[in-house]
Write a protein that binds this ligand. Structure first.
Ligand code: SAM
Ligand code: SF4
Length: 483
């Protein structure tokens, strides 16, 4: 039986569905109905967004279609305020770990696609994973996202073993404390196995919500060619108890305005089906060039920097309690701008080749092993320094997920704006650990000031005393202190 044949039974219920929750015509109807919103219409939506509630599709369409410079500025300003209210001024750091570039699919935009003969294929062994993870830990990483192709080499047993290996790897200063996954859609029973070994967020990007375009870029006869198997991946995750779900769109495949509406309908579907639990994170990569991948050189719907900033602000306003992730695919100037408007998580010190952390000791990039190219190749320490310079505090926190504050529980905390009670204190503690264990002298000097400024926010409270005591314990060599 070939790889695809194995999915025949899994696909059947989706093939039998009359329709799915993405209605392309309805999305265009809504966008067209709000073609040229007035200032008043935009301001009415912004007024509602101030309440920190999820917007409705019509309201999102008004923001998307707004072309008036004055109210666009107001959108940016409110996005900034909401971000500070819901997430504070901390920025969460992570780094991806690519485990395999073997892939049976043939997505036109991806360097890993099966027809790309320029790619040297590799799946890491358990010893190689350990080697990679040790380097990541020694650079200061605490959170990772494990990235897999879709092939018989990386079926769920490999995923389980690799996750276990990541968590079991330790160096003198610590370990990876949260392993998220970016992988192909899985079956419920497979997801349960991942849950058992402690995965954090499970990410599957729909790439494009537009049915026609989806078909065009994901050839028929591949597993990924099945739109609905992918669209309902997060329903299966929720069913399996994996309640931190990450949605995403690959921008450049279709009109960004349509894709934002697709993300909104996906969010609503999850909230309605799973007791108010929407996505934990949303990612919005733009296509970047990949080796021997003509499609990625000049994508038809590539999003301009200006629209990219706008779409981030609109997401922040529309789904205020969902984490927004911006990866090193973006240049540092663009990343800096979108940090203002809503991004709460970034990667840094990123290598995206399979085995690249180990190899980067010799060379920085490995084009024949990369899925695409990155535009921000600064070290973790450099990015941490810059984040402090902006007045933000870097965070390596993994507390919520380890304390069970995920899914519905997490949503309650986030929605009621109490994230500050956990997030800023835990940012202070985990950043202190980074400064003690890994920072360069310049980052350490600046970082200590950042910590002092953030600690001052708690002046006069019991939290101030608690944090001061914990900071001394970290200075004295204790690790992994958290609230
Ligand atoms: N193979 C799994 C899948 O396709 O879902 C998971 C990993 S895939 C390596 C991770 C994501 O990388 C994809 O979902 C896609 O959005 C993104 N990607 C693929 N090609 C890209 C490119 N040329 N530029 C930027 N991102 C790309
Ligand atoms: Fe494979 Fe994912 Fe690349 Fe598609 S995007 S070819 S599924 S690795």
């Amino acid at each position: 039986m070939n790889f695809l044949e194995k999915y025949k039974e899994d696909f059947r219920p989706y093939d039998e569905m009359e329709k799915d929750f993405i209605d392309d015509d309805l999305i265009w109807e809504k966008l067209n109905a709000h073609e040229n919103p007035t200032k008043e219409e935009v301001r009415a939506v912004l007024k509602k967004a101030e309440e920190c509630v999820r917007l409705e599709p019509d309201e999102m369409a008004i923001l998307i279609q707004n072309k008036d410079p004055e109210t666009i500025e107001e959108m940016f300003a409110l996005a900034k305020t909401l971000k500070e209210e819901v997430y504070g001024d901390r920025i969460v750091f992570f780094a991806p770990l690519y485990l395999s570039d073997e892939c049976a699919n043939n997505c036109t935009y991806c360097g890993f696609r099966s027809s790309n003969t320029a790619m040297h294929r590799k799946t890491l062994t358990m010893d190689e994973i350990e080697e990679e993870v040790k380097i990541m830990i020694d650079e200061g990483q605490k959170r990772t996202i494990l990235v897999y192709g879709e092939s018989p080499h990386t079926e769920v047993s490999y995923m389980v073993d690799s996750i276990k290996k990541v968590y079991a790897t330790k160096t003198k200063n610590g370990e990876i404390r949260r392993a998220n996954i970016n992988a192909a859609p899985l079956r419920v029973e497979e997801l349960r196995k991942l849950k058992e070994v402690g995965i954090g967020t499970f990410q599957v990007f729909q790439e494009t919500y537009h049915h026609e375009t989806y078909k065009k870029v994901h050839p028929e006869g591949t597993i990924k060619g099945h739109y609905r198997w992918r669209l309902y991946a997060m329903d299966r995750a929720q069913e399996a108890g994996v309640d931190d779900c990450g949605l995403g769109v690959l921008f450049g495949l279709y009109d960004w305005r349509f894709e934002l509406m697709g993300l909104m309908y996906h969010t609503i579907h999850l909230e309605e089906t799973f007791n108010g639990v929407g996505p934990h994170t949303i990612s919005f990569p733009r296509i970047t060039p990949a080796k021997d991948t003509p499609y990625a050189e000049n994508p038809e719907y590539q999003v301009s920097d200006e629209d990219f900033k706008k779409l981030v602000a609109i997401l922040r306003l529309s789904v205020p309690y969902t984490g927004l992730i911006c990866t090193a695919r973006e240049k540092d100037e663009v990343r800096s701008a979108v940090l203002e408007y809503g991004v709460s998580q970034i990667d840094a010190g990123t290598r995206i080749g399979v085995g690249a952390y180990t190899k980067s000791k010799m060379a920085n990039t490995m084009a024949d092993k990369e899925q695409f190219t990155i535009n921000d190749s600064r070290s973790l320490d450099d990015v941490v320094y810059e984040i402090c310079k902006r007045g933000n505090i870097p965070s390596f926190c993994t507390a919520c997920y380890r304390a069970g504050r995920t899914g519905e529980e997490f949503m309650k905390v986030a929605k009621t704006k109490f994230v500050h009670n956990f997030c800023i204190p835990n940012a202070i503690l985990t950043f202190k650990e980074y400064l003690v264990d890994y920072a360069s002298p310049a980052t350490k000097e600046l970082g200590e000031k950042t910590i002092a400024e953030h600690l001052a926010q708690f002046e006069g409270s019991a939290m101030h005393k608690k944090l001061t005591d914990m900071l001394i314990r970290i200075e004295n060599g204790e690790h992994d202190l958290r609230l």
